[in-house]
Design a protein around this ligand. Structure first.
Ligand SMILES: *Cc1c(COP(=O)(O)O)cnc(C)c1O
Length: 381
């Protein structure tokens, strides 16, 4: 059997940048806790996305949790959150004993629908935070969302876990709201094996997040704690991987875009395929190449056909309002997120793929269309 092709797997730099920074940490015996790599990773990251400060954390989920804490979200507070996302977006709302209200997507962006958002504000004017997601590296419509949010007294948090390297009208995703969060989990566009970043132009709040993330230790010689603490900080070794990976981010985006364009070109001859929406003002990072199907071939047909060839693909995230754990919470909107879920597929988007790999994948998928065509001919005879 041919070598497995992954959806999106870790891809270290050819130049060996990551090892250089890790080695530095080892040579100075500074593998933990904090140190130069953590500080530099934060500075380099903040400069890359264009924001004042950044706190390196153990996970993107931890970053969302601390952003909610920084926004003073507590028991019974309402947080708007898109339904079409990964559960890690919504879970920290529950960690804070707050109440998520799920918002539908629109077809233009696949992200939070501004019309549904307006409706949610009418229903829940007391909402405290709007948590926006840039799914699959596609920017949400931030002009319209920020306009709606700025009219109200709400904090905006952007879950940019999947959108590092993606820009909306020339500005980096994750830098429009009060807080942005990023993830370096193993399948993300760059990875540290696991980790996250919280960014903000509010330096004070980022300092506070670093304090919470290191067990909320007061500045005292003895161990003194005036607040609840968390063990959420990134280690100096992990930050070294991040510094190296950050250097190849543009290379990764370029390859992800190449993969998307490849599929788009090859599938343009097939009926019933619509590639994920890329708007004129978007520069997505194309983290995953996704598409929806509206013909005879169904998402599961593609996923199964690829699976037998040792190739990984996935359905679209299942909306939160359809999840057993979250069904009790309110949902504002229509059927957009449900339809994208029902008809969507995430295609293999690994940056280590060759053209040969891509042609193999495309060939398998085109084969399904041929099968359908034969079936049709047979049935009319
Ligand atoms: C990956 C991901 C997260 C969580 O990041 P971790 O680093 O895995 O904790 C949050 N939100 C979205 C949309 C993600 O894809």
């Amino acid at each position: 059997m041919e070598e497995k092709i992954y959806l999106s797997s870790p891809h270290m730099s050819d130049e060996g940048y990551e090892m250089k920074y890790i080695k530095e940490a080892f040579d100075t015996n500074w593998i933990a806790p904090l140190g130069k790599n953590v500080n530099e990773f934060e500075n380099e990251f903040a400069a890359k996305v264009g924001v004042k400060s950044a706190a390196a954390l153990s996970a993107g989920t931890a970053a969302i949790h601390l952003a909610l804490k920084a926004a003073e979200v507590g028991e019974g507070d309402i947080v708007f959150c898109p339904s079409l996302t990964f559960s890690a977006t919504a879970n920290p709302i529950i960690y804070q004993n707050a109440i998520p209200v799920f918002i539908d997507s629109d077809y233009e962006t696949w992200n939070m629908c501004p019309v549904a958002l307006e409706k949610a504000f009418e229903k829940y004017p007391e909402v405290k935070v709007v948590l926006v997601v840039h799914l699959y590296g596609l920017p949400a419509d931030m002009d319209r969302i920020m306009e709606i949010c700025n009219k109200r007294n709400v904090v905006v948090i952007e879950d940019a876990a999947e959108s590092l390297g993606a820009y909306y009208k020339g500005k980096h995703t994750g830098t429009f709201g009060d807080y942005g969060i990023f993830s370096f989990n193993g399948n993300k566009i760059i990875t540290t094996s696991g980790g996250g970043m919280l960014v903000s132009n509010n330096e004070e709040k980022i300092n506070k997040a670093r304090f919470w993330a290191t067990q909320s230790r007061d500045k005292a010689r003895h161990y003194q704690h005036s607040e609840l603490g968390f063990n959420y900080r990134m280690s100096n070794v992990v930050a070294g991987i991040g510094r190296g990976q950050l250097k190849v981010l543009e290379q990764r985006v370029e390859k992800k875009k190449y993969i998307f364009e490849f599929y788009k070109r090859e599938f343009s001859e097939l009926d019933g395929i619509e590639m994920m929406p890329v708007n004129d003002w978007d520069e997505p990072n194309y983290w995953l190449s996704c598409m929806t199907l509206n013909g005879k071939v169904r998402p599961l047909d593609i996923i199964e056909a690829l699976e037998v060839e040792n190739i990984e693909s996935r359905p679209i995230w299942k909306p939160m309002h359809m999840q057993p754990f979250f069904v009790e919470y309110d949902y504002v909107g229509g059927e957009v997120s449900e339809k994208i879920f029902a008809n969507g597929v995430c295609l293999p988007s690994d940056t280590k793929m060759s053209d040969k790999d891509l042609f193999r994948i495309v060939g398998i998928i085109k084969g399904l269309w041929k099968q359908e065509a034969y079936k049709e001919v047979a049935s009319t005879k």
